[in-house]
Design a protein around this ligand. Structure first.
Ligand code: URA
Length: 433
């Protein structure tokens, strides 16, 4: 089998066979297909798409490209969540401890930033000492001890995705339903949880810009999960504005900790409770209303905060930073983006806001790039807010002052200001089974 022929076949709009997709996944995992050919096929898939059958075959080939985890040893029902990617999305840091505090184990492998979106692993690495790589025994020990563990896509789990994810991040091939569905579901199937809740984002900061695309992606993923015998559901959520106020790694961890301590922005809290409730429903903890109330009580009681702190500690992180977030290293420089006119914020381009954070150092330009944990931004006015000329729209943080100009221009371009009041959209748009 030749990679050249597979690329040409997809480029010309034909369906790939199961064997061809297995060859592609194996070649990505084992490194015998060079990056330029992998990237060429990714671009062909981006333009020509894949059938449902091709997506399912690719997902299984990617899931089986490395180790699969058997979570049955944990002796508890297990639940997982995954976001399709957004800006300011720190939900895992809040949802996992809520669900774990309700007696459902969360043994989770998360990703790094992708394109303009952030990744949970990068965020967690901003906590000094936190190890995002654990061996199987350590990973299970942390879950048994604290009810949860969040690590990176460790060792040999879905290595085909690890390779393709990093290439997609730098070749503008992220926004594709078959590529997102196979990327997410290969990891979820390999990671072994019985219950899977997918947070499918819709809007300017999401990879899926329309309701229709997001529903198609959700359907594809739910069907793959269900066919593999996993209880799978999706929450559709709004990504027309970033979630919460903080964008950037340690800034988002701080906001998540504030939420676990009982504060935090309302949109973030609402989405976290919705995701947690859906995970608890799938795990058999009751109907939706009962599970939502349970999640709310657990968050308000401080138990989820304690669980998060215990997990951070068990993974080598310094719990003092969780107790006192002032300890997080701050960026050396900050600058404000000011409103140029009076009016109401009528729209935010969340993707451009994510890009502004990346320009400040919070994301990667190439897959070898390191990121600056303290870089990012704090949103001071979101869609619907009435503002006056000269008021602060956002504060940008960086360790290199030269990065401000481009980021400031990007942020300002992301904000539309109109004369009329606008209706604020709900963060939770719907759910699917
Ligand atoms: N998250 C993933 O894991 N993969 C994608 O392709 C997009 C978001």
């Amino acid at each position: 089998m030749r990679m050249y022929d597979i690329i040409k076949k997809k480029r010309d709009g034909f369906e790939l066979t199961k064997e061809e997709l297995e060859f592609f996944a194996k070649g990505a995992a084992e490194g015998f297909i060079p990056d330029y050919q992998l990237s060429a096929l990714l671009m062909a898939i981006y333009f020509k798409g894949m059938s449902k059958r091709e997506t399912a075959d690719l997902t299984l080939a990617m899931a089986q490209s490395g180790d699969t985890v058997d979570l049955s040893d944990l002796g508890a029902v297990t639940a997982d969540k995954h976001s399709t990617g957004g800006v300011g999305d720190k939900t895992t840091l809040i949802v996992a401890p809520i669900v774990a505090s309700c007696g459902v184990s969360v043994a989770k492998m998360s990703g790094r930033g992708l394109g303009h979106t952030g990744g949970t692993v990068d965020k967690l690495e901003s906590i000094p000492g936190y190890k995002t790589t654990l061996d199987r025994e350590e990973f299970f020990d942390v879950v048994k001890k604290t009810g949860m563990s969040v690590i990176g896509q460790s060792g040999n789990l879905a290595p085909a995705d690890k390779k393709l994810y990093a290439l997609r991040d730098v070749t503008a091939t992220v926004e594709s339903i078959p590529l997102i569905a196979s990327s997410i579901m290969s990891k979820k199937l390999a990671a072994g949880a019985e219950c899977i809740v997918l947070d499918v984002k819709i809007g300017s900061g999401a990879f899926m810009k329309t309701d229709e695309q997001a529903r198609a992606l959700a359907r594809e993923m739910i069907d793959i999960g269900s066919a593999a015998g996993r209880r799978t559901a999706a929450v559709l959520s709004n990504m027309d504005t970033p979630l919460g106020a903080a964008v950037g790694n340690s800034l988002e961890v701080i906001e998540a900790i504030e939420t676990l301590k009982g504060g935090g922005p309302d949109d973030l809290k609402e989405l976290c409770l919705t995701l947690a409730a859906n995970m608890l429903v799938l795990a058999g903890k009751g109907d939706y209303e009962a599970c939502f109330n349970l999640a709310q009580e657990i968050l308000a009681s401080g138990k989820a905060y304690e669980t998060f702190k215990a997990c951070v500690s068990a993974q080598g992180g310094n719990p003092d930073y969780i107790e006192n977030t002032d300890l997080f290293e701050k960026a050396q420089f900050s600058c404000e983006v000011l409103a140029q006119t009076d009016g109401y914020i009528s729209a935010m381009d969340a993707e451009r806001i994510g890009t502004a954070a990346c320009l400040l150092g919070a994301g990667r330009k190439t897959k070898e790039d390191s990121i600056d944990f303290a870089a990012g931004l704090e949103i001071k006015a979101k869609t619907g807010t009435k503002i006056c000329k000269g008021e602060t729209l956002a504060i940008l943080y960086a360790n290199d002052e030269r990065l401000f100009d481009a980021a400031k221009t990007e942020y300002a371009a992301a904000i539309a200001i109109g004369n009329e009041p606008v209706e604020i959209q709900a963060v939770v748009i719907g759910s699917m089974r």
